[in-house]
Design a protein around this ligand. Structure first.
Ligand code: NAP
Length: 356
């Protein structure tokens, strides 16, 4: 653990918490020093409290950690939060007030004007909001969030189109995995042989978060000017374990040929030229967007683990008779859509000197 930043995980026993534990095992910069969960788990060892539901064994290094309350007494330098949304706001505020750097998965602070809603490849410049946030809260603590699991892949897919051609309108229809609902999530009797056309709050999050992420930073004191295109989302829960799929239609500001649209996806690197590949962030995938030309891809089972779960896969790129183009995109909801996203955010914060 020497020389590594010591991290605490809030909600460490849950679906996203277990991904944090898995992805942080042998991480070059971070070591798990503290774990917190509900009073059902507190006082037990992590091995006793957590029913491990990922493939492979629970990492040895965390088995004997004692699960604590999510209070700002945790002995660590940085906090990853995967707490339920309803309690995250109060708890994460307390950590920030106590001077912790909080990297959160929860929705609680995503739309706050002074909180970065960060995807390193898309809007690294929004990190400047931290300056205004720490000034307002009069301390060293801050909160940085990653977007909702479906929003991340949509924003990653739209970013190169927005940069190259401009976007006028987007209509997106998702088919989302059951692991997105946490554990035990959707009852098997509700989801088997079925599609549920409602996920509470999801459509609103996809619409508002996408516009914030693709918005322009005006100033560090709370100034993101939201992107101004029309966006409409419809979200569905389907009987898939991991991997959210989205069918997207987009109207562009400039005319574009099909091969130019395909090229914009395929050649996408971080929007700020120096970030993050050149910074060699450990969790950044070799290729951010993988374009597939087979007519029946992407598929959750075949494509969710692309780029160790950190790439998104786009296929079925075609002209559209209603808007200009349509395509299908897919990403791993608990890796690129949650724990992996937060860890990548932490790596960018560390690389830009904000975690020391
Ligand atoms: P989950 O499987 O239900 O896990 C919830 C975690 O929070 C568990 O560790 C649980 O501990 C803990 N917890 C619950 N109530 C608590 C309390 N009162 N005090 C302290 N800890 C408490 O949920 P999840 O899917 O991991 O989601 C966690 C967060 O990440 C949510 O905000 C969710 O919206 C967000 N998120 C999830 C996904 C996804 O794909 N699943 C993607 C993006 C974002 P116990 O084990 O002790 O009950």
């Amino acid at each position: 653990m020497k020389d590594k930043l010591r991290v605490g995980i809030l909600g460490a026993t849950g679906t996203v918490g277990q991904r944090f534990i898995e992805l942080l095992d042998n991480h070059p910069q971070f070591a798990v020093a503290a774990v917190a969960a509900s009073d059902r788990s507190q006082g037990k060892t992590y091995a006793e409290a957590c029913a491990w539901r990922l493939a492979g064994e629970m990492p040895e290094a965390v088995r004997s950690l004692i699960v604590e309350a999510p209070e700002p007494t945790l002995d660590c330098d940085v906090v990853f939060s995967s707490l339920p949304g309803d309690m995250a706001r109060e708890t994460e505020s307390r950590f920030r007030a106590a001077g912790y750097k909080v990297i959160s998965n929860s929705s609680a602070f995503r739309m706050d004007a002074d909180v970065p809603l960060l995807i390193p490849e898309v809007n690294a410049e929004h990190l400047a909001l931290i300056e205004g946030q720490t000034a307002r809260h009069d301390g060293e603590g801050f909160i940085v969030t990653n977007p909702n699991c479906s929003t991340i892949m949509l924003a990653l897919a739209l970013a190169p189109l927005d940069k190259t051609f401009g976007i006028e309108a987007v209509a997106v229809t998702t088919m989302q995995a059951v692991s997105g609902a946490g554990y035990p999530g959707v009852a098997s009797l509700d989801i088997m042989d079925n599609v549920v056309p409602f996920i509470a709050g999801e459509e609103e999050k996809m619409e508002s978060e996408t516009l914030k992420i693709l918005g322009r930073l005006n100033d560090s004191r709370g100034g993101i000017e939201a992107a101004d295109f029309a966006i409409s989302a419809q979200c569905h829960r389907v009987a898939v374990l991991d991997g959210h799929l989205a069918a997207v239609r987009v109207k562009l500001k400039q005319r574009a040929a099909l091969e130019d649209v395909r090229h914009a996806f395929d050649s996408f690197t971080a929007l700020l030229p120096e970030l993050p590949r050149e910074l060699k962030l450990h969790s950044a995938p070799e290729k951010i967007i993988i374009v597939r030309d087979e007519p029946d891809r992407p598929q959750p089972r075949l494509d969710r683990d692309a780029g160790r779960g950190m790439s998104i896969t786009i296929g079925r790129v075609q002209p559209d008779a209603v808007l200009d183009y349509r395509f299908v995109c897919l990403s791993h909801n608990t890796i690129r859509g949650a724990a992996g996203a937060a860890i990548l955010n932490a790596e960018l914060l560390a690389a830009t000197g904000r975690l020391s």
